[in-house]
Design a protein around this ligand. Structure first.
Ligand code: ZN
Length: 138
């Protein structure tokens, strides 16, 4: 069995951003040489997500507004977690949006359904954070 590991690093300009990381995952799969297998992609931080959805700007705005409705960033003092930190909302948003995705690899390619794309969801950015990509298979 082959295995390949890569870290993708991000430093967003804004506190919250959604980044399409599909090309970087495809590159890792290509470098792994795996034709039949799986790729795991997970955020390595508890205030960021990896998820699969549509690369459509209206939907991304909908995610932002929906998540702010569920767990508004401010006022910071509404959260018990925000004593030394101000990122309780980011922990909650990450939990809703998920930690990781697993995608099948078939004939060397990501075996997606229609419109599926992989996103890094940053909820407490402006600092260096990373995503793990682990490819296994034959
Ligand atoms: Zn925190």
């Amino acid at each position: 069995m082959k295995s390949y590991r890569k870290e993708l690093w991000f430093s967003t300009n804004q506190r919250r951003e959604l980044i399409n990381i599909t090309p970087a995952v495809e590159e890792a799969v290509h470098k792994s040489g795996v034709q039949e297998g799986m790729v795991l992609v997970n955020a390595m931080h508890i205030t960021a997500s990896v998820f699969i959805n549509d690369d459509e700007s209206g939907l991304h705005q909908d995610f932002e507004e929906w998540l702010e409705g569920l767990a508004p960033e401010k006022p910071y003092d509404q959260y018990r977690h925000n004593t030394a930190e101000d990122n309780a909302d980011a922990h909650l948003k990450r939990t809703v949006m998920g930690r990781e995705v697993v995608v099948a690899i078939t004939e060397g390619k990501l075996d997606f359904g229609p419109w599926e794309q992989i996103f890094y969801g940053e909820f407490d950015g402006k600092r260096r954070k990373r995503v793990l990509v682990k490819v296994i298979g034959e």
